[in-house]
Design a protein around this ligand. Structure first.
Ligand SMILES: C[S@@+](CC[C@H](N)C(=O)[O-])C[C@H]1O[C@@H](n2cnc3c(N)ncnc32)[C@H](O)[C@@H]1O
Length: 192
């Protein structure tokens, strides 16, 4: 049993951190790419806290794809949010299906990151947006988290800002990283 299978109730209870300010920040990064009623993929979206808030605030149709059924079981019923079990590295969607994708606190958990980015580029239309919120692997707190995740048999595969930008560009997504405070940063990019 994986980390998220058993920890889903804890993450639902203590991990729902999306207040108006946070949702507004994420929505601001995505809004240049996703118009009203546009379609957004929340990859590794877990219990759906962000997806529901974005659907409510921006009138977006949000699809959550996540490997863990126990996480998706907590996604609230919502007319503009659907959830599917599936892997970032082999997504069950047609090409150019989405206007944008958001990945929050999940990219370092993907076991095949090159395949996941290739898939993001395939399912997001050319000119669409890719927003990834991650943590800098050089920060001491992240080194400890990476170690703990590996002990829990998770990849714990964190990047620096420069590494993530270069990696995304190699896979057809050009963008920039902005530091958010502490070890957090965001990559905002456009599919070529
Ligand atoms: C720390 S949780 C983050 C959940 C949510 N995005 C948030 O910010 O609260 C990481 C999520 O990534 C999912 N995940 C891990 N590997 C995945 C993969 N290969 N494809 C899709 N989802 C994956 C896990 O099941 C889990 O729900």
């Amino acid at each position: 049993m994986g980390l998220f299978n058993w920890s889903a109730p804890l993450l639902k209870r203590y991990g729902d951190r999306w207040d108006d300010e946070g949702v507004g920040q994420v929505g601001g990064w995505l809004a240049p790419f996703v118009e009203r009623s546009g379609s957004l993929l929340d990859l590794g979206g877990g219990t759906g806290g962000l997806a529901v808030r974005l659907a409510d605030t921006y009138d977006w149709c949000v699809t959550i794809l996540d490997t863990t059924p126990e996480m998706l079981a907590y996604v609230p019923e919502h007319g503009s949010v659907e959830s599917l079990v599936g892997d970032a590295g082999a997504m069950p969607f047609d090409e150019d299906r989405f206007d944008g994708v958001v990945v929050s606190d999940a990219f370092h958990h993907f076991r095949d990151q090159p395949a996941a980015v290739d898939e993001m580029r395939r399912v997001v239309r050319p000119g669409g947006g890719v927003v990834i919120m991650e943590y800098d692997r050089t920060q001491i707190a992240i080194k400890l988290i990476a170690l703990a995740e590996r002990l829990a048999r998770e990849p714990g595969a964190f990047f620096t800002t420069d590494e993530l930008c270069a990696f995304m560009s190699e896979h057809g997504v050009d963008g920039e990283c902005t530091r958010l405070g502490g070890a957090s940063y965001v990559f905002v990019g456009t599919v070529r």
